[in-house]
Design a protein. Structure first.
Length: 158
């Protein structure tokens, strides 16, 4: 017998935003500059040695690409705490993450291990999107396997 959840109890549960899983195919949209908003971030250690943080952004420009969720991958120096959703990390002092963080946030940086992710929340950000057509060994991917990623965060959308 399955347990029914009452509407009152279900309404109090905060749902995490839906982001693609490892088995989902990423969307393919035309390359260009789009307005995006932060959805979530997660930390991973790839191939037992490469520390990465993946930021997920949702396109908020109206049109065919509206609501598409795209990743922005960053290399980081170290992962701290548990890996996964909202994981903590320490970026390099001159990394792509720090450069793009400073484009979005006006707050001064005092410590690399305590950067508030609130700088990304509730703001519209301009992002450059590109289509990935080659794999890690620079071999051409089949047309059906092409996907889009955020190549760079350009700054706040005025």
């Amino acid at each position: 017998m399955s347990e029914q959840i009452s509407p009152v109890r279900a309404a109090n549960v905060t749902q995490l935003p839906v982001i693609p899983t490892a088995t989902d195919l990423l969307p393919k949209i035309p390359a260009g500059v789009y307005s995006v908003t932060y959805v979530a971030h997660e930390t991973h250690k790839f191939f037992s040695r490469s520390n990465k943080v993946v930021f997920w952004f949702r396109i908020i420009d109206f049109g065919d690409c509206f609501n598409a969720v795209l990743p922005r991958y960053y290399n980081v120096r170290r992962l701290t705490g548990k890996q996964g959703r909202s994981g903590q990390f320490v970026p390099g002092r001159s990394s792509d993450f720090i450069r793009e963080y400073c484009k979005v946030s006006a707050a001064p940086i005092s410590r690399l291990d305590r950067l508030p992710m609130s700088a990304f929340q509730n703001v519209a950000i301009k992002a450059h999107v590109r289509v990935v057509t080659k794999d890690g060994k620079q071999r051409d991917l089949a047309e059906t396997l092409h996907y889009s990623v955020i190549d760079e965060l350009l700054g706040l959308d005025q």
